[in-house]
Design a protein around this ligand. Structure first.
Ligand code: NAP
Length: 509
């Protein structure tokens, strides 16, 4: 029997059942489209095929962009702001009403535990309801002309306008939340939206698309294009798209920028965060938070902790506590209530983790906890000690983002060393500091080159109430309530000339 069971009749029109597999349609500008050629969707729980989605061709994509560009972007822009907010509120209510199927899709298609799936659905609903805070960031400026002799007797209004069509490219790890978040700020700003879902878990996004339709959203202004990423070059480079909001790995992000050419970008890229433990930290609390930072959603979070830097004075005590915390993690089927860590998204992800662990061990790393593969997609949360800093810097686990529950731990003798090791990775998404000495904490916060610094907590972006985003290879721009408006709008300066019309009576020299 198919592991995925959708219960609500509201979704029954978007899939057929064939040989116990759900064959979904894609949503193109108000129409649900089926195709003969399909992409298989597997559950990471047991790798069984749970669904198929259309493999769209260029004619479908071209049509979606054509409608979005010629009709959709004007339909949404001409829908007054208060009504756009009303539609988003209706959508939030529909997501509440159909929460069970959304949660189910995240458990079965993305391999999340029930708690994590509920958390993602709740965050998505919250994100829609924070749309009024985005709206407050859409303001302009009045500029008097008399501060420069050349603009005397003129004045200007500088306002923010929607860019038109935003392409939202979504990663597998938060398919629903990322789609909702990018949709929300793009729509509040008055843009049409085209979503490219991840091939691994597109089903939560197709369910979302059905609810967007039910909420009465202008149908020409929204499409979900199910195409493989590697066939997306023509889409990302299309002239009808003015902004790309991409979340995914740094390597893919680089390819997207190269193919897209001159557009506006939000690029939320790879991460993997350092956590710095100062000598006066509350070690029990820090160990509990750092462990969660390592294993939560099997380390498949851009804000997962991948490097643990501990002050020498506290090293042994902290290390033992962290190992004890990791030993409590129950790995297994995410449908089982006792499970705290489910599977990785694919066997390839587990292969990648195992080969990077092997490399670290060969180089002299000591596995303090975990290190074993428990199934095709199941691994243990893993902590590897590497005290030699030069070797540490050469490891793949330090240089790259291995998207799995694995972290390196080492000690530091002074703050400069901790800063150098944290900044030495090519990523700059977030860093965590645990400790109480205000001078040390403040100094770290000054020198760490990251988009966000969490003091006495693990990094977690949550609903994006606080803006997040990376520096260096971790990206461009910011995701977050209010903050992303900047990237999906353009300034327009409107200049009024009243010269010699007697509006102003400036005194002569
Ligand atoms: P990914 O492999 O880079 O894929 C991301 C998206 O890009 C998918 O929809 C993928 O489609 C698409 N894609 C692949 N190649 C493409 C191309 N050439 N042109 C256009 N689109 C293309 O990343 P992932 O494994 O899904 O997600 C994990 C990554 O996302 C990690 O690196 C993580 O750190 C990052 N992430 C960052 C943040 C942040 O806030 N900075 C948040 C979440 C995740 P297919 O699935 O069809 O290949």
């Amino acid at each position: 029997m198919n592991a995925l069971r959708l219960r609500s009749p509201v979704f029954s029109g978007i899939y057929h059942e064939s040989d116990d597999v759900y064959e979904f349609a894609a949503f193109i500008a108000g129409k649900w489209i089926w195709k003969d050629e399909m992409i298989e969707v597997k559950s990471p729980i047991d790798l069984s095929v749970i669904g198929k989605v259309p493999r769209l061709g260029w004619e479908d994509i071209d049509h979606a962009l054509d409608v979005a560009y010629s009709i959709g972007r004007w339909r949404i822009r001409d829908t007054p702001g208060w009504r756009r907010l009303e539609i988003l509120e209706r959508l939030a209510s529909l997501m509440e009403e159909y929460r069970d199927d959304l949660v189910e899709s995240l458990i079965i298609n993305s391999g999340k535990t029930r708690g994590q799936a509920m958390g993602e659905v709740n965050a998505s609903i919250d994100r829609l309801r924070r749309a009024d805070l985005d709206a407050r960031k859409i303001y302009g400026e009045y500029m008097p002309g008399d501060w420069d002799p050349t603009t005397l007797e003129t004045e200007a209004v500088v306002r923010r306008e929607p860019l038109g069509v935003v392409l939202a490219i979504i990663p597998f790890n938060y398919p629903l939340f990322d789609a909702v978040s990018k949709f929300t700020y793009s729509v509040v700003a008055g843009n049409a939206v085209v979503i490219k879902p991840p091939s691994a878990d597109p089903i939560p996004i197709l369910l979302f698309a059905k609810l967007v339709e039910e909420a009465g959203f202008p149908k020409e202004a929204f499409s979900v294009l199910t195409i493989p990423g590697k066939e997306s070059n023509r889409l990302v480079s299309d002239w009808r798209i003015q902004a790309i909001s991409f979340t995914g790995s740094s390597g893919t992000g680089r390819k997207v920028i190269q193919a897209a050419g001159i557009k506006q970008f939000i690029m939320e890229l790879g991460g993997g965060d350092p956590a710095i433990i100062l000598p006066d930290a509350d070690l029990d609390f820090a160990a509990e938070r750092v462990a969660a930072g390592i294993y939560s959603y099997a380390g498949q979070r851009c804000d997962a902790i991948k490097l643990v830097l501990v002050a020498e004075e506290a090293y042994r005590e902290f290390r033992d506590r962290l190992v004890s915390q990791l030993s409590r993690v129950v790995v297994g089927d995410p449908r089982d209530e006792k499970t705290s860590m489910g599977p990785l998204i694919s066997p390839e992800s587990a292969d990648e983790m195992m080969s990077s662990v092997e490399e670290a061990v060969k180089a002299g790393g000591r596995i303090l906890y975990g290190g074993r593969r428990l199934g095709e997609t199941y691994v243990e949360p893993t902590l590897i000690e590497m005290l030699d800093k030069n070797v540490l810097r050469s490891l793949r686990l330090y240089k790259e983002e291995v998207f799995a529950p694995v972290a390196l731990i080492t000690s530091f003798s002074n703050l400069d060393e901790a800063i150098e090791l944290a900044n030495g990775r090519s990523y700059g998404l977030d860093a965590a500091i645990f400790g109480h000495d205000i001078d040390q904490v403040r100094r770290l916060a000054r020198f760490l080159e990251f988009g966000a610094i969490y003091i006495n907590d693990m990094p977690r972006h949550g609903v994006g109430y606080y803006p997040f985003g990376g520096r260096k290879d971790s990206g461009i721009g910011r995701e977050g309530v209010g903050y992303s408006i900047e990237y999906v709008t353009a300034y327009k300066t409107i200049i009024y000339n009243y010269r010699e019309k007697g509006v102003w009576r400036y005194l002569a020299d």
